[in-house]
Design a protein around this ligand. Structure first.
Ligand code: AMP
Length: 126
């Protein structure tokens, strides 16, 4: 899938639409999700143009990958989630129902996050 430069996170990176910024450095921008699904719900996106985890890990430089994941950890710490715990979600591709085609990691926490996968979609044998 080719990168769509008009996706909403690309517009946020270019400053064309606002966000509630949580953190920014050379490799990553973090901002609060517009429709939070937990008490703490922050998105971390790389500065580069990558569609999803597959695109990012196949094409980004080692510096970009290291810088990005260091930022994810830093944001979780700055949100005071390191001790209580948190969940990371990175949807990738159709089965995941990824909505925004710019790679991002959701940091979710501030509460018990419940089962990892909704019971409604778990295979019966599990
Ligand atoms: P995903 O389904 O993993 O692609 O998640 C996309 C996330 O982006 C959803 O949780 C949306 O609520 C969030 N989102 C969409 N538009 C914005 C926006 N303008 N600012 C902040 N979060 C957004």
């Amino acid at each position: 899938m080719a990168y769509d430069p008009d996706n909403v996170f690309a517009k946020i990176l270019r400053g064309e639409i606002p966000c509630k910024k949580a953190y920014e450095d050379d490799y990553a921008l973090a901002f609060h999700d517009i429709r939070p699904q937990a008490k703490a719900h922050v998105l971390v996106i790389p500065k580069g143009a990558y569609v999803d985890m597959e695109d990012f890990t196949a094409h980004a430089s080692v510096d970009e990958i290291a810088g990005f994941f260091a930022a994810v950890g830093r944001v979780a710490r700055e949100l005071n989630l390191a001790r209580s715990g948190y969940r990371l979600i990175a949807n990738a591709g159709p089965d995941s129902r990824q909505e925004v085609p710019h790679f991002h990691v959701h940091i979710l926490g501030g509460q018990d996050m419940g089962p990892m996968v909704d019971a409604a979609v778990r295979p019966r044998h599990i």
